[in-house]
Design a protein around this ligand. Structure first.
Ligand SMILES: [Zn+2]
Length: 93
């Protein structure tokens, strides 16, 4: 087994995601560099963002917004959108 260290959390005792969540360069990078736990964390965050901002994923701008946040979340590429915690519990699922 080759040594794996997650780019996001820095743990080296976890498993890489291994499968590409997207069929592109970003997906390949995530599969190789991000652990399964961090990917689960992102999926939780993505759900929050979708609900918080009422994102319609058929909308290209909404997808771009999510990708920007994904990159920031997993690869620390910049600022993440804020989720107002005071609204917690009032966001409909
Ligand atoms: Zn990780």
């Amino acid at each position: 087994m080759t040594e794996f260290t997650c780019t996001r959390c820095g743990h080296s005792d976890r498993q890489p995601l291994g499968t590409r969540p997207f069929n592109d360069e970003r997906g390949a990078r995530i599969a190789a560099e991000v652990c399964t736990e961090c990917w689960e964390d992102w999926k939780q965050r993505q759900m929050l963002l979708i609900n918080h901002y009422g994102l319609n994923l058929r909308d290209r701008k909404a997808r771009d917004f999510l990708y920007r946040n994904l990159d920031a979340f997993l690869f620390d590429t910049g600022d993440q959108a804020d989720i107002d915690d005071s609204l917690e519990g009032s966001v409909s699922w």
